[in-house]
Design a protein around this ligand. Structure first.
Ligand code: SF4
Length: 259
C-alpha cells in the first residue's frame, strides 16, 4: 500500500516543479496521514492507512526544528526559494495553524527575508476565520480547485465529511480579493467503477467560469508526477495540458502549465 511521503516535520529542501527550491513543513504526523479529502491521486496515499501514532507537532516543535534548519542553511550559504506548508495531509487542519504561520514568517524574516512563504491547501477550511487570516498573511496562498462540477469534485477529491459542500468553495475563495493562486490537477481515470475526467470541454468551461469569478493572481494546472494510490489514472500529456492552458489564458487568466 502506498503510504506517507514525509517522515519529518521539516523536510528537504526539495526541487519543486512549480516553486523551485522548497523547504517543506509537514504539520501532520510523520507516520500517518490526516486530511479532510482523500484524493484519488494523493501522493501521500489514502487516508485509510491511518493517522499513525506520532501525532501532530506542536507550535514550539515546529519553531525549533525550522530555526535549526534555517540557521544551518544560512551558515552553509545554501540557496532557497520558498518555505512550503504541505506534507502528509491538509496543513490548515492543525489547531495552531495561524500561530505557526506567524512563527514561520518571523523566522523567514530573520534568516531568509527574500524567500516566499507558501501554503498548499485543499480549500476545505476556508470557513474558519483564523485559517483565512493566516492565508492572507502568506506570500503564496495556493488553493486547490480540481473541478467546478460537484459530481466530478466528489469523485476526484472524495471529501471525508459527506456534508462538505464543494459548491461554496468559489464564494469562500473570494474572501481573498484576488490574493490567491488556484491549483488544478488535470486527470482522468476510474475509481471504484466510476469514471472521472476533468479535462473535457464542459469541465474546463466550468473551471474557467470559476476562475473568472474568483479572479486569482494566477492559475497553476499540472499533471500527476508521482505514484498515485488509484492505479487507474492516466497522466495528461504535455500537449494536452498546454492546450487546456491556452484556453484558460485566452479567457484572460494568467496560467502556469506544469507538465
Ligand atoms: S487534499 Fe492534498 S493531502 Fe489531502 S488527499 Fe488531496 S492531495 Fe492528499
Amino acid at each position: 500500500m502506498q503510504t506517507v511521503l514525509f517522515h519529518s516535520t521539516v523536510f528537504g529542501p526539495i526541487h519543486s516543479r512549480r516553486l523551485g527550491v522548497s523547504l517543506g513543513i509537514n504539520l501532520m504526523p510523520d507516520d500517518g496521514k490526516i486530511c479532510s479529502f482523500d484524493c484519488v491521486y494523493c501522493e501521500a496515499g489514502y487516508d485509510s492507512q491511518g493517522q499513525g501514532t506520532a501525532g501532530v507537532s506542536t507550535k514550539e516543535e515546529v519553531k525549533q526544528l525550522l530555526e535549526h534548519k534555517l540557521r544551518t542553511m544560512k551558515s552553509a550559504d545554501e540557496h532557497l526559494d520558498v518555505i512550503t506548508f504541505s506534507g502528509n495531509g491538509e496543513p490548515t487542519l492543525h489547531p495552531q495553524f495561524r500561530e505557526i504561520v506567524h512563527d514561520v514568517l518571523h523566522l523567514r524574516n530573520k534568516y531568509f527575508p527574500e524567500v516566499k512563504v507558501t501554503v498548499l491547501s485543499n480549500s476545505s477550511m476556508l470557513g474558519k476565520s483564523t485559517v483565512v487570516d493566516a492565508l492572507k498573511d502568506v506570500d503564496l496562498n495556493i488553493l486547490k480547485l480540481d473541478s467546478a462540477i460537484p459530481s466530478t469534485f466528489r469523485l476526484i477529491n472524495q471529501p471525508v465529511n459527506e456534508s462538505y459542500q464543494p459548491e461554496g468553495v468559489v464564494d469562500r475563495m473570494k474572501q481573498f480579493e484576488g490574493k490567491l493562486i488556484i491549483q488544478t490537477m488535470m486527470l482522468r481515470g476510474d475509481h471504484d467503477g466510476q469514471h472521472f475526467d476533468n479535462t473535457t470541454d464542459e469541465e474546463v468551461d466550468a473551471l474557467i467560469a470559476a476562475y473568472k469569478e474568483v479572479n486569482p493572481q494566477e492559475v497553476m494546472i499540472y499533471s500527476i508526477d508521482r505514484p498515485t494510490p488509484e492505479k487507474n489514472i492516466e497522466k495528461i500529456t504535455k500537449e494536452e495540458l498546454e492546450k487546456i492552458g491556452k484556453r484558460i489564458s485566452d479567457a484572460g487568466i494568467k496560467v502556469q502549465v506544469n507538465a
